[in-house]
Design a protein around this ligand. Structure first.
Ligand code: FSX
Length: 371
């Protein structure tokens, strides 16, 4: 592939690569300014960031895809600031990625092994998709089970980014009854720093923002108790939602096509999970900042939370105690807090039920079912 040849010919440091591509310092500074905004850093950091990045070597990145729908890769290809092209051509060396790499078959595996050898202890490992433990044959790459490839590739990684809810928490493949015995990356790898970037799929600029943070500072960003970068997952969708004033006034749409919905009132009663979902959709938005689900008239489905698929119907309002419900119109903010407590309890009990109901399925049993 022509692009791959161009990449191979690029010099070692980012700065040399930029010069070779004819990118001026002014253009690069502008690019760094957008990165500082993305990472919520002071604008004065842009020149220091430019200095640090241009002296750095292009970061080797190995991206493994396991049980997933490729939505995460589809999402990152729509990143707008920085674009995926910015990242690949200017900042990183994407040495292995099923969907984006030119090589295939043995050459692809060779690229992964070579990158692991050449950058031992330094490469960044990105994983999307969950790992099936029910049977090694459920998902393989080049005849290697997902589990074995993850363990082998994680050994020499400086850090791991678990991209998407599947890699971060198990996601849809782990939904009850979890026929493949799907688990998250963090359930297997215990001795490496892991950054969880959940979302089904994750917001593209959040993925690139995490990469840029690592490239700039050589370290992982500050994480919350679920391993998520606080800068992007520190607040709920509800905290930053532009419909929040309607919620606070107790103004709710009762159906998707009533007058209240047309007036843009709060979607809480239509099942919006914004009050219990930590993500940056309401601020970064999607498609180059165009919109996000709530702005398009649909409630948040909570796709970036653990266990989201088993946490209850998408169109059912968050459970709230009856006493709190009666206060809804007068004290909507208090209801939000009560709903948070209720949904946390609901999530816990649903998870326990799902675990209890979990039955592993063998390949033999699957084959028998088809007969
Ligand atoms: Fe999962 Fe990503 Fe949802 Fe799909 O790779 S988080 S099913 S968007 O593709 O892993």
């Amino acid at each position: 592939m022509k692009q791959a040849e161009q990449l191979d010919n690029l010099p070692g440091t980012v700065g040399e690569g930029l010069t070779q591509r004819g990118i001026s310092r002014r253009e690069f500074l502008k690019f760094c300014s957008s990165l500082t905004a993305l990472l919520a850093l002071p604008p004065s950091m842009a020149s220091a960031m430019a200095e640090a990045i241009s002296k750095a070597r292009r970061q080797s990145v190995i991206w493994l895809s396991f049980q997933e729908c490729t939505g995460c890769t589809e999402s990152i290809t729509r990143s707008h600031s920085p674009t995926l092209e910015n990242l690949i051509f200017d900042l990183i060396s994407l040495d292995y990625h099923h969907t984006l790499q030119a090589a295939s078959a043995e050459a692809a595996e060779h690229a992964r092994e070579q990158a692991m050898k050449d950058n031992a202890g330094k490469y960044l490992l990105i994983v999307d998709g969950s790992v099936p433990l029910g049977n090694p044959g459920f998902s393989t790459i080049a005849g290697i089970s997902n589990h074995d490839m993850l363990v082998e590739t994680a050994k020499g990684a400086a850090a791991i980014v678990a991209v998407g809810t599947c890699a971060a928490y198990g996601g849809i493949p782990k939904a009850g009854p979890n026929p493949t015995g799907a688990v998250a990356v963090g359930d297997i790898i215990k001795d490496k720093p892991i950054i969880n970037v959940p979302g089904c799929p994750p917001i593209p600029v959040v993925m690139t923002g995490v990469l840029v943070h690592f490239l700039t500072f050589g370290s992982i960003p500050e994480l919350d108790e679920l391993g998520r970068p606080k800068s992007f997952y520190g607040e709920t969708i509800h905290d930053r939602c532009y419909r929040r004033p309607f919620y606070d006034q107790g103004k709710f749409a009762q159906s998707f096509d009533d007058e209240a919905a047309r007036q843009g009132w709060c979607l809480f009663k239509l099942g919006c999970k914004g009050p219990v979902t930590y993500n940056a959709c309401a601020t970064t938005k999607w498609n180059d900042g165009t919109s996000f689900p709530i702005q398009s008239g649909h409630g948040c489905i909570g796709c970036s939370e653990p266990n989201f698929w088993d946490a209850g119907p998408l169109y059912k309002a968050l459970s709230v105690p009856a006493s709190a419900t009666s206060e809804m119109l007068g004290a909507a903010a208090a209801v939000g807090a009560a709903a948070g407590v209720a949904i946390t309890w609901h999530n816990r009990s649903t998870k326990a039920a799902a675990n209890t109901a979990h039955e592993k399925v063998t390949v033999q049993e699957l084959t028998q079912e088809k007969k």
